[in-house]
Design a protein around this ligand. Structure first.
Ligand code: CU
Length: 664
C-alpha cells in the first residue's frame, strides 16, 4: 500500500471508530449511558477545543511540510484518542482535512453513510427494545425526508465548513468565513422553505415555530438504535425525546450556560426580537446598528456575536446570550438526563421535527429584521426583457421552457437545441421566438425531436446500506427526480453587451405571495450581445445550491463510486437527489421564477463549472461570490405584493409548473 493509501485508511479508521478494534479479539464495548459526556458542536467550548486541536495539527503538518507533515499530524491525533471527550477527536480531524489544503489534497472524508452507517439508518430499521422508532404521527410521514442521509451529511458538512468558533489556522487566529452570520441564517432558512414545501405536499401545515419555551412539544422523536462509533471504538447511543415533553432549566454540566434557565433564554429571545425590530442592539453599552450578518452571528451565537461570551461557562452578564446553541442544548437534554438526543449532533439534528420548529423560531428573528428593511428598488435592473402572462390565475410566461431527459435525444447539444427549437431567426420560417412551448414536440433538422413539459417528475428510490456491529443490510427509501433542463428566453433591450446574473427560484403555487417560501434553485452568469434575443440553456445538475458532482441514484447505489467521497469543500451543498420537492401523486403546482440582475453581482472564478454550492457554501478561501443580500430578491418584503412587482419589471417573470411523484 502507498503511504497515501495508509493515510486514507488511518483517516477512515478514526472517523469510523474502527481503528482501536484492530487486532483486538473482544467486541467493542457498547456505552449507552456515557460516564463522560459526549462532544457536541453546539457547545461552544467543545467546538473551540476541536478547532484548537485542528489548528495544532496544522502547525505540526506545516513544521514538517508536505505529505510527511500530514502523516505526522495524523500520528499525533492517534495519541490524542482517549484524552479528549468522546467525539471531539473525530470532529477535529474533519476540521483539519477540510481547512488544510495539503491534507485535503491527500485524503478524503468518506461519505457519512460509509463512515457511520448506524448514524444515518432510517428509523424504521432501528427499532430498539421493541419500540417503534421515528417521529410521532403525523410527522412520521416525512421521516424519509428528514432522515435522508445526504441531507444530514449536508448539514454536518456545512457546519464543518462554517464552524462558529472560527476556522482552524496554524497561527491560531480563528476567523469566521465571509458573511458567516448571514449565511447561517440563509442556509437554514432555505432548508425550512424546502421542508415547508414537503409538508404542504403531504397535507401538513408549514412548520410551527417553537417560541414558547414553557409549552409541551407534541411531536416526539425516537431515534431507536441510532448510534455513532467514537474514535476509541466505543458506541454512543442517542436517546428518545418523547411526545408531550417540555424543556426545563439545565442542571449539571450545563447549569452555568447563559441560557440554562428558561427565564434567561426568554430574556435573550425578547432582546433579540427587540433588536431585530428596532434595528439597534439597544442594550449594549454602546449601541450598534443591526445588520443581517451581526444578527446571525449574535443569534447563533458565534465568536463575532455582539456579546460573545468566549470559552468557559462562567460569564453570566450576557445580554443576547447564546440563543440558538443553548436552544439545541435544551432540546437535546430536555430533562437533564444523558445521553443526548439527536439535537446534539449536526449529523443527526435534522431528523427530529423539533429541529425545524426551533430553526423556524430562530428564523423569525431574522424575518423580523427583514420586515423592517426598505423594499428593493428594482430600478437598477439591467435593460433586458423576459415576457410574462397570466392565464386563469396561473403564470404562463412563454419564455420559461423546461425539458426532461426523456424529452431530449440521448446525446444533445443544449445550446444548439435552444437556438434551433426555441430561438429567434430573421427567417420567418425558422423563427420560433413567439411560440409558447407548453408540452410541445419540436422536430429538429437532424430528424430528432425535443419535447417540452411543465411537469417535472420525482420518484421514491431504494438503496441498501450495511450497518455496523452486527453487520446487517437495511433499505433506505429516498427521494430523487428525473434530470431536467431550463431553456430561458431573454431579449437585450439595449445595443450594449449585457453581463447578467440569472436567478431561479421555486415556491408552492399557494405560497407565491410569501417571500419566505421561495426556494433558491440556481444562479449563474450569462452574457448577452447588444440587442440579442437569446435562449439560455442550463442543466439542473449544475445548480448553484447542490454539491458537486451531482450524485444520482446509480452513484449512490455503487459503493465504489469515487464520486461519493467528500472532496472537502468542493462538494459542500444540498444533495442533487433532493433538488426538487417531492410534489404529489396527482401533481402539485409550483411556480418557477426567473430574474436577471447585473452580472457584476456575481464574482465567479474562470472555470465555468465551479465545483461547490456557491449559494450555500460560498467559495473557498475567498469572499462570498454574490454581492447582493443572500436570497435576493426574496429577502425583503414586497409592499405591493410579489405579483405586482413581477408585472411591473421587465427583468423578471414566472411560470406555473407541476411536480408529480411517479411512484407514490
Ligand atoms: Cu445547523
Amino acid at each position: 500500500m502507498t503511504q497515501t493509501g495508509d493515510l486514507q485508511t488511518k483517516v477512515n479508521d478514526i472517523l469510523s471508530g474502527h481503528g482501536k478494534e484492530k487486532g483486538a479479539s473482544a467486541p467493542t464495548p457498547v456505552e449507552t449511558a456515557a460516564s463522560q459526556r459526549h462532544f457536541s458542536p453546539f457547545v461552544n467550548e467543545d467546538l473551540e477545543r476541536a478547532v484548537a486541536l485542528a489548528s495544532e495539527l496544522m502547525r505540526i503538518a506545516e513544521n514538517k511540510g508536505g505529505e510527511a507533515g500530514v502523516v505526522s499530524a495524523l500520528q499525533e491525533i492517534e495519541q490524542k484518542s482517549g484524552t479528549e471527550i468522546p467525539g471531539l477527536v473525530q470532529y477535529a480531524v474533519k476540521l483539519f482535512i477540510t481547512h488544510y489544503p495539503q491534507a485535503r489534497a491527500l485524503v478524503k472524508v468518506k461519505p457519512l453513510e460509509e463512515r457511520q452507517p448506524n448514524l444515518i439508518a432510517p428509523s424504521k430499521a432501528l427499532k430498539f427494545a421493541g419500540e417503534e422508532a421515528g417521529s410521532t404521527p403525523p410527522e412520521n410521514i416525512l421521516d424519509f425526508w428528514r432522515e435522508d442521509p445526504l441531507i444530514n451529511e449536508h448539514h454536518e458538512h456545512w457546519h464543518i465548513v462554517y464552524p462558529m468558533s472560527g476556522r482552524p489556522s496554524p497561527s491560531g487566529g480563528y476567523e469566521l468565513g465571509d458573511r458567516h452570520g448571514e449565511l447561517f441564517a440563509y442556509m437554514h432558512e432555505q432548508m425550512i422553505a424546502r421542508y415547508d414545501a414537503e409538508r404542504l405536499a403531504v397535507g401538513l401545515s408549514r412548520v410551527d415555530r417553537f417560541s414558547d419555551y414553557r409549552a409541551t412539544i407534541p411531536q416526539g422523536y425516537n431515534p431507536g438504535n441510532l448510534r455513532l462509533r467514537n474514535d476509541d471504538g466505543t458506541w454512543y447511543q442517542f436517546r428518545a425525546r418523547p411526545a408531550g415533553a417540555t424543556i426545563s432549566d439545565l442542571t449539571g454540566d450545563f447549569a452555568k450556560r447563559p441560557g440554562a434557565k428558561l427565564v434567561n433564554q426568554e430574556a435573550f429571545r425578547d432582546r433579540l426580537f427587540e433588536a431585530a425590530k428596532t434595528g439597534i442592539f439597544q442594550e449594549l453599552p454602546s449601541q450598534k446598528p443591526v445588520k443581517i450578518d451581526n444578527l446571525g452571528n449574535t443569534e447563533e451565537a458565534n465568536i463575532n456575536s455582539v456579546d460573545y461570551y468566549g470559552s468557559g461557562n462562567e460569564k453570566n452578564n450576557l445580554i443576547y446570550g447564546n440563543h440558538h446553541n443553548d436552544g439545541h442544548i435544551h432540546l437535546m437534554l430536555f430533562d437533564n438526563i444523558s445521553p443526548f438526543g439527536v439535537m446534539a449532533e449536526t449529523a443527526t439534528a435534522v431528523r427530529d421535527p423539533i429541529f425545524w420548529r426551533w430553526h423556524k423560531h430562530v428564523d423569525s428573528i431574522f424575518h423580523t429584521w427583514k420586515e423592517q428593511q426598505p423594499p428593493h428598488d428594482f430600478s437598477d435592473a439591467p435593460p433586458v426583457k423576459i415576457r410574462k402572462a397570466t392565464t386563469n390565475g396561473k403564470a404562463t410566461s412563454l419564455d420559461i421552457i423546461l425539458c426532461r431527459q426523456d424529452g431530449l435525444p440521448a446525446e444533445f447539444n443544449g445550446e444548439q437545441i435552444a437556438s434551433e427549437a426555441f430561438g429567434y431567426s430573421e427567417n420567418p420560417e425558422q423563427n420560433n421566438w413567439n411560440t409558447d412551448f407548453a408540452n410541445t414536440t419540436v422536430k429538429l433538422s437532424s430528424g430528432e425531436t425535443v419535447t417540452t413539459t411543465f411537469e417535472l417528475l420525482t420518484q421514491m428510490e431504494q438503496r441498501q446500506i450495511q450497518l455496523d456491529d452486527p453487520p446487517e443490510t437495511v433499505t433506505i427509501d429516498y427521494l430523487s427526480h428525473d434530470d431536467f433542463y431550463y431553456f430561458i428566453r431573454v431579449e437585450n433591450s439595449s445595443d450594449q453587451i449585457q453581463k447578467l446574473t440569472v436567478r431561479i427560484f421555486l415556491a408552492p403555487e399557494t405560497e407565491v405571495e410569501d417571500w419566505s417560501s421561495w426556494i433558491e434553485m440556481d444562479k449563474f452568469l450569462y452574457r448577452l450581445d447588444g440587442s440579442q434575443r437569446a435562449v439560455i440553456f442550463r442543466r439542473a445538475d449544475l445548480s448553484s445550491v447542490i454539491r458537486k458532482p451531482a450524485l444520482r441514484p446509480e452513484d449512490l447505489a455503487n459503493p465504489d463510486s469515487s464520486l461519493r467521497d467528500q472532496q472537502p469543500w468542493c462538494d459542500c451543498g444540498w444533495p442533487y437527489t433532493m433538488l426538487l420537492p417531492r410534489g404529489t401523486r396527482e401533481g402539485m403546482e409550483f411556480r418557477l421564477f426567473v430574474m436577471f440582475s447585473s452580472g457584476d453581482d456575481l464574482n465567479l472564478p474562470e472555470q465555468p463549472e465551479c465545483c461547490t454550492s456557491i449559494s450555500y457554501c460560498g467559495l473557498q478561501d475567498t469572499d462570498y461570490p454574490d454581492k447582493r443580500d443572500m436570497g435576493y430578491p426574496f429577502n425583503r418584503p414586497f409592499p405591493k405584493g410579489i405579483s405586482s412587482a413581477i408585472a411591473q419589471y421587465d427583468n423578471m417573470a414566472w411560470r406555473t409548473i407541476q411536480i408529480r411523484c411517479k411512484n407514490l
